[in-house]
Design a protein around this ligand. Structure first.
Ligand SMILES: Nc1ncnc2c1ncn2[C@@H]1O[C@H](COP(=O)(O)OP(=O)(O)OP(=O)(O)O)[C@@H](O)[C@H]1O
Ligand SMILES: [Mg+2]
Length: 317
């Protein structure tokens, strides 16, 4: 991603960054944040494509204040229209949208080859940023799309159910990564068996599973090191109502390390603000109508932190 920050890039094309916005639980604000961060990036000199990958409940267009586009991923899957031909305008210069579909598709019905084709075409889009809005849940297609990204963003709200769903989501992400990594050395089933009988091996969590696997042989250790050492999740806390809520992001970061052995970055929080649902109900783009609001500024800070791989500094009381 090095090219991105070069002030003078000698006319070279910026490297495209793919962001995926997920997190397991429904209604945490994934679509709102995808549309808002996209708007921020597009209004600051970047070309952006938003992809609504919530195939069961695509509604990203509503957050941009536009009508449901007539073309959607259905055209890509059913009529083989290239992805670049189903990008529609959003009313914001330099930002396009690929919409999902409400009716004919669910992520379970997509074939492996269709998914691979979609991923290839996403990666070859000529743009600066691709922001993928994922649906709720931990379906393996959702997890695979999450893993496609350069920046994997998990949106949570300060509620126990959200943290539980996030835990399940991240666990699924790590298992999928382990599957992919260890199947290359024929150990996929071995991992499953060890996890199934984890009590016998004194394994209590994924962190201990990874430690165990790393001790099996030098080749497993090398594969795990290669796949997991650079692996980072970026946490966003939405609908925050107090400073106590803000510090939940720090606790979740510690949970990720303790139970998954996973480094994560707490990139920022967004306060709860009635103007948000108000603007959505009025079919307005929040970042346009409330550009000077605290939430808009918090969203800008999150997007900057994601781009620059920085995190929030939270002072504990
Ligand atoms: N910071 C906030 N303050 C107040 N309301 C918010 C905030 N963020 C999101 N919302 C509201 O929460 C609702 C759910 O947001 P959104 O649809 O973005 O969630 P989601 O995670 O995409 O849900 P789903 O998993 O169903 O796709 C929206 O109606 C939005 O108005
Ligand atoms: Mg959504």
């Amino acid at each position: 991603m090095g090219l991105f920050f070069e002030e003078d890039n000698g006319g070279k094309k910026k490297e495209c960054q793919i962001w995926a916005i997920g997190g397991g639980k429904g209604g945490t604000g994934k679509s709102f944040l995808t549309s808002s961060m996209g708007t921020y990036l597009a209004t600051h000199g970047n070309r952006v494509v938003l992809i609504d990958a919530d195939l069961g409940g695509a509604n990203l267009h509503s957050f941009l204040g536009i009508k449901r586009p007539r073309t959607s991923l259905t055209d890509f899957f059913d009529k083989k229209v290239p992805l670049s031909n189903i990008i529609v305008g959003t009313g914001i210069a330099d930002m396009g949208l690929v919409t999902g579909d409400l009716h004919s598709l669910n992520s379970g019905s997509i074939k492996y080859t269709q998914k691979q084709k979609l991923f290839r075409q996403i990666k070859s889009l000529d743009t600066d940023f691709i922001l993928i809005d994922l649906g709720a849940g931990s379906h393996f297609n959702t997890i695979d799309t999450f893993l496609l990204a350069d920046r994997m963003i998990v949106v949570i709200v300060p509620e126990i159910t959200s943290i539980e769903n996030m835990y399940h989501f991240i666990k699924s992400v790590i298992f999928r990564k382990l599957d992919i990594a260890l199947s290359s050395i024929g150990l996929k089933q071995f991992v499953r068996d060890i996890w199934k009988n984890r009590g016998e091996h004194g394994i209590n969590n994924l962190r201990e599973l990874i430690d165990y696997l790393s001790g099996v042989s030098s080749s497993t250790r090398d594969v795990l090191q290669k796949e997991l050492s650079e692996f980072r999740i970026q946490l966003v806390l939405n609908q925050v109502r107090s400073s106590q809520d803000v510090s939940i992001g720090v606790s979740v970061r510690s949970i990720c390390m303790k139970y998954f052995g996973l480094f994560s970055s707490y990139v920022g929080y967004v306060e709860y603000d009635d103007c948000i649902w108000n603007s959505i109900n009025k079919r307005q783009s929040f970042m346009k109508e409330y550009s000077g609001s605290r939430c808009a500024i918090e969203i800008q800070r999150i997007a900057d932190n994601v781009v620059q791989q920085r995190q929030l500094r939270v002072l504990r009381r």
